[in-house]
Design a protein around this ligand. Structure first.
Ligand code: TRP
Ligand code: SF4
Length: 380
């Protein structure tokens, strides 16, 4: 068992339910044994995959066992990517980052599974069931389709609707872990959190079973705050490797985009998070108020330059808005050299973001009706 005791890891702890922004990624990687993403570049070449924009920009920075998955792919074995979303709020740019990775892997021949974590939302967040279903379909599934995830090549499912073998897995898992082990990974547990953790492990591992299309290698793209779930699933895969032929899932790690005030991005703080369904005026107002790395006065900024690394507007550029590297580099350098002031810099990004939002929202109407057709929603 490779449990990292969160109380004994040099003061570095990870809590998937906590709300603080994570700053020190290097230290976290060392503490938790996550490997650098650059390591797999030769393997990407080998299987004919380009490097994704987010890898090249240092946003997708780490992995566990992605090398094994790519080796398997090069031997012609089946590979999949799986992630889940709690249907508890609106779909924002933080979610888009994960979906961009699903699309990247999908276009490279990975099967895609998307879990709508309604059981987790009821239990951990006390979200009304009917509301969770509506949010799951109309916010999450619809936005993913509008972003370009191919619905015909994606399995979307609700946790409460997934079938017998999946549930049996949750029960089998429950018999092989102790509270002490779970608390060593997750911190203090409640029955709801135990249920959510076991369910999430089943989400990640059930797609390896015969009943769900037969064995495939699985990658889970997560923010580093979700790593406890990955470690837990990997431990369970080890314990059931003989009995159920489970293999440890792989994972990739991305930086969490900060909210527009520099703190953690979250649906529950709508002023500091741009949603993909925000009307343009609303999105613009948020962007114009974003915390920047600018100086106190225009004179100082021209003299000293700004600090793009400290700028949440620049984060939007880096993660989403300026997809062309030349453009991003130009803004970065203009900022550093004090050739541009924050007001005009924000307007520059806004023009591009506005275009993206308009086009996305046009696609969204069709995607919504498509979403209701392709997802089997729980009927209770
Ligand atoms: N717990 C995740 C969240 O907080 C949702 C989730 C459920 C998930 N099952 C998953 C994520 C499987 C990745 C893989 O949003
Ligand atoms: Fe951010 Fe642009 Fe201001 Fe630099 S000039 S701090 S990138 S808004």
């Amino acid at each position: 068992m490779h449990i990292v005791d969160s109380t004994k890891s040099g003061g570095v702890t990870l809590d998937p339910w906590s709300s603080r922004a994570i700053k020190d990624y290097k230290r976290l990687m060392e503490t938790f044994g996550i490997r650098g993403i650059q390591e797999i570049y030769p393997l990407l070449d080998k299987v004919g995959m380009r490097k994704s924009m987010h890898m090249l920009r240092g946003i997708v920075f780490g992995h566990r066992d992605l090398d094994k998955v790519l080796e398997a792919k090069s031997r012609g074995e089946r590979v999949a990517i799986l992630t889940g979303f709690m249907p508890s709020g609106r779909f924002h740019f933080g979610h888009k980052l994960t979906v961009d990775q699903l699309i990247y892997f999908q276009r490279s021949g990975f099967k895609v599974f998307v879990v709508i974590a309604d059981a987790e939302a009821y239990a951990v967040r006390r979200i009304d069931r009917e509301k969770a279903v509506k949010i799951g379909v109309e916010e999450y599934v619809a936005n993913m389709i509008a972003l370009g995830l191919d619905p015909r090549e994606t399995t979307f499912y609700f946790q409460t609707n997934r079938g017998t073998e999946y549930y049996r897995l949750i029960q089998l898992f429950s018999g092989k872990v102790t509270m002490a082990e779970m608390e060593a990974i997750y911190g203090e547990m409640s029955p709801a959190k135990v249920m959510a953790a076991l369910t999430q492990a089943a989400d990640i591992l059930h797609v390896e079973l015969e009943e769900y299309g037969g064995f495939k290698w699985v990658v889970v793209p997560v923010g580093i705050d979700q790593d406890p779930h990955i470690r837990f699933s990997r431990d369970l895969a080890d314990r059931f490797s003989r009995e159920l032929n489970l293999v440890r899932p792989a994972s990739t790690y991305h930086k969490l985009q900060r909210g527009l005030d520099g703190d953690k991005m979250s649906s529950s703080r709508p002023e500091t998070t741009i949603f993909l369904t925000d009307p343009p005026e609303v999105a613009k107002a948020k962007l114009m108020k974003a915390l920047t790395g600018g100086r106190a006065t225009a004179e100082e900024q021209r003299r000293l330059g700004g600090i793009p690394e400290a700028c949440t507007k620049f984060d939007m550029d880096l993660y989403h808005v300026l997809t062309r590297d030349e453009e991003l580099t130009r803004i970065y350098n203009d900022c550093r050299r004090g050739h541009i002031l924050c007001g005009e810099c924000k307007l520059y990004s806004w023009e591009r973001l506005e275009k993206f939002l308009q086009e996305h929202q046009k696609r969204l109407e069709k995607a919504k009706s498509m979403a209701w057709k392709i997802v089997e929603a729980p009927k209770f």
